[in-house]
Design a protein around this ligand. Structure first.
Ligand code: PHE
Length: 407
């Protein structure tokens, strides 16, 4: 029987044509790994929070950043997108990228969703951390639920230029394009932006060193976010690769004015906790964070600053099975639909799914996809007969739910 409502976190949501959360995804709500004692993600969160407490103190020596770690993960499209100036047609809003409860509510896709409400409540320096939800491919480094820590710091003219009365934060935007340039927004003075950029980059460069050690190599890459301008990514050099660590920038001024703030300029950033923890502790698979196995968890029963290198409990063998089907005709199909369907049935024994072949029949014009599903259990050896049951069920459900035709 198909239910027409969803009951989640003591609220009722009426399903509609946008509803695409699965039971499997919903089962992650409330796990709160980022604040679970001795969990590696909690260690990373605590180290970042401690760094901010240490770097920013007031005249009495007290930390100026307040920390929010239990903001509810169900947000409105206004919180996740509109309040952050994300255009109506922006791809990040699409059903194939987000988990919607219905047209108005979704599982937050980033912690930035809470920026506006916290600014409106009067905060000028704050950190927000929690679980975020994105539809994505399936492999060792991607999981549809992960954790982020976001920060916002707002400054007044007097705080930014304490000694020079003649300097201002704002100027009448006289650029030909009122939206400004990669260098700055039209409404900001160059000196204000450069000072903010300097504080932002020193703070985050310092954070990279705090986490990965004094010798860590890092670089800044210009990028785009709807909610910051200019925007950058910080990359660190780790095990022979440049790794994207975080996104940041100068907050778009309308976000502040829409929250009732007229006299401040702000910077913001967001960092993923899983990626940091995987590097720091050499954790090879992102699914391990969800393990309840004491063989995993007990390795982190230490202080958050302790050096830990994860030792694999043991590596169980992979089991590889392919699935090929014709895509439905005259109906939309996205690979993410198939990934979610498979994950909903197979759960965490699916280590990876790769689209290995795409083919369009030259005569009929029909399109076909072949996916390789790599099964592996974290704590035991899977047997083929066990996998057959899951694999058959995925085939059957894909045919019924997605309208594909198994080949
Ligand atoms: N929300 C962005 C992300 O999830 C990160 C970000 C936060 C970028 C704040 C700029 C400012 O990737």
């Amino acid at each position: 029987e198909v239910q027409s409502t969803l009951n989640l976190l003591e609220n009722t949501y009426i399903k509609d044509d946008f509803t695409n959360v699965t039971d499997k995804i919903i089962s992650h709500l409330g796990r709160n790994l980022h604040i679970k004692q001795h969990h590696p993600l909690s260690h990373v969160r605590q180290r970042i929070v401690n760094y901010f407490y240490k770097c920013f103190v007031n005249g009495r020596g007290n930390p100026v950043f307040s920390v929010y770690e239990t903001l509810p993960p169900i947000v409105t499209t206004d919180q996740n997108f509109d309040s952050l100036l994300t255009p109506k047609e922006h791809p990040s809003r699409s059903k194939s990228d987000c988990y919607y409860l219905n047209r108005d509510y979704l599982l937050r896709a980033h912690m930035t969703a809470h920026q506006s409400e916290l600014m409106r409540s009067g905060l000028n320096n704050f950190l927000m951390t929690g679980d975020v939800y994105r539809r994505d491919e399936i492999d060792r480094t991607h999981y549809p639920v992960f954790h982020q820590l976001d920060a916002v710091r707002l400054k007044t003219r007097d705080q930014l230029f304490p000694v020079d009365e003649s300097l201002e934060i704002f100027e009448a935007g006289n650029n030909t394009r009122s939206t400004g340039t990669q260098q700055k927004q039209a409404c900001h003075t160059l000196e204000a932006v450069k000072l903010m950029e300097h504080e932002l980059k020193t703070t985050l460069g310092g954070l990279a060193k705090e986490l990965f050690g004094e010798k860590i190599e890092y670089r800044w890459i210009d990028t785009y976010f709807p909610f910051t301008q200019p925007s950058w990514e910080l990359e660190v050099f780790h095990e022979n690769n440049w790794l994207e660590l975080l996104g940041c920038g100068i907050m778009r001024q309308p976000i502040l004015t829409n929250s009732g703030i007229q006299d401040r300029i702000g910077w913001a950033f967001g960092i993923g906790l899983e990626r940091v923890a995987m590097c720091l502790y050499k954790i090879p698979d992102i699914r391990l964070f969800w393990s309840n196995d004491t063989g995993f968890l007990n390795q982190f029963t230490v202080d958050c600053d302790a050096n830990v290198t994860y030792k694999p409990v043991s590596q169980f063998p992979q089991c590889i099975n392919d699935i090929s089907f014709w895509l439905p005709e005259g109906k939309e199909f996205s690979s993410n639909d198939f990934y979610d369907l498979a994950r909903n049935i197979g759960g965490d024994v699916i280590e990876q799914i790769v689209l290995v072949d795409e083919f369009t029949h030259p005569k009929t014009g029909k399109a076909s996809h072949c996916y390789r599903i790599i099964y592996r259990h974290m704590e035991k050896t899977l047997v083929q007969s066990e996998i057959n049951v899951i694999h058959k069920k995925i085939e059957k459900n894909a045919a019924v739910m997605l309208g594909v035709k198994i080949r």
